[in-house]
Design a protein around this ligand. Structure first.
Ligand code: HEC
Ligand code: HEC
Length: 238
């Protein structure tokens, strides 16, 4: 019995030394279900950030359960966002800072990002970040190309390789901005546009954010792929 008490109090102390106090306890979430990990706060407004600058914040990852939890994986939908906990082992009742960074290259306006934490039993917990990206006059030259190079290419460039059918090209490299079936999301709806207009946008890109997808401009799509996705989109119901 003594041993157990000693063990528990040691864990308690170890937990405390790894933690910093939460900044706002009124926003604390008590989790009723059987997912012990919670991220606090669940929604975080990161404010206004200049395009191209990295936005950073620190959230709290807390084990509200009665047993130790191992953090298996931390993911986000866009590779432009990373979140890293200071420790992956969380004794019951403890918490660790979760450091978040968002690369705002090629973003504009209101952006919402989701972070998912998965524990060793596959249980998931999520939080959302919002930020407003202010346009940066010095980013003109790199805007657009930003999503096709480096670590961004694996999701925004490579998936188009070898795709022929318009719908599959769309799902590979357009859906993340324009939403399911061209209905609009972060970027506007593409319903009711004619194919020639879309071909010209895909060739040249647009002033603001829509990059040129043409291989001639280091984009991911051949002429045939551009024609194919433009045709597919133009044939969707309005
Ligand atoms: C792991 C795949 C992946 C990688 C890598 C990736 N993205 Fe994304 N990106 C997505 C997805 C999916 C979305 C759709 C929005 C979402 O769910 O976050 C997206 C959306 C975007 C958007 C639209 C605005 C927004 O944030 O919703 C921009 C701009 C963008 N990504 C830029 C980038 C840049 C710049 C990089 C490299 C620093 C990058 N992405 C790396 C998958 C990825
Ligand atoms: C990184 C996000 C992003 C991706 C990926 C993207 N777009 Fe766009 N697109 C935009 C934004 C934002 C606009 C609005 C104009 C602007 O800001 O440049 C736009 C505008 C357009 C327009 C002009 C719409 C109009 O009526 O003015 C077309 C057409 C278009 N996109 C087609 C596509 C196609 C097809 C793909 C895939 C091959 C694609 N886009 C991929 C962000 C994106």
């Amino acid at each position: 019995m003594k041993r157990i008490v000693l063990f528990l109090s040691l864990m308690f102390m170890a937990g405390f030394s790894a933690c910093i106090p939460p900044s706002d306890t009124s926003k604390m979430v008590v989790h009723a279900g059987d997912v012990p990990l919670v991220i606090q706060p669940v929604e975080m407004d990161m404010g206004e950030v200049m395009e191209g600058k990295e936005a950073r914040t620190t959230l709290i990852l807390r084990n509200t359960g009665a047993f130790p939890v191992h953090v298996e994986k931390v993911t986000s939908s866009c590779g432009c966002t990373t979140a890293s906990p200071e420790t992956r082992e969380l004794p019951p009742g403890t918490f660790t800072p979760l450091h978040v960074r968002v690369d705002t290259t090629a973003k504009r306006g209101r952006v919402k990002k989701r972070i998912t934490v998965i524990d060793s039993q596959g249980r998931r917990t999520q939080a959302w970040l919002t930020l407003r990206v202010k346009s940066n006059p010095h980013m003109g030259a790199v805007r657009g190309k930003g999503i096709f190079s480096g670590k961004c290419a694996s999701c925004h460039f490579d998936p188009a390789k070898g795709k022929v059918a318009g719908g599959s090209i769309y799902k590979a490299v357009c859906v993340m901005c324009h939403g399911k079936a061209g209905k609009g999301a972060y970027a506007p709806s593409l319903r009711g546009r004619n194919a020639a207009f879309m071909v010209s946008v895909l060739d040249k890109g647009l002033e603001r954010q829509m990059p040129s997808f043409s291989r001639k401009k280091n984009g991911p799509l051949s002429r045939e792929q551009i024609a194919s996705v433009a045709k597919w989109l133009s044939e969707l119901d309005e």
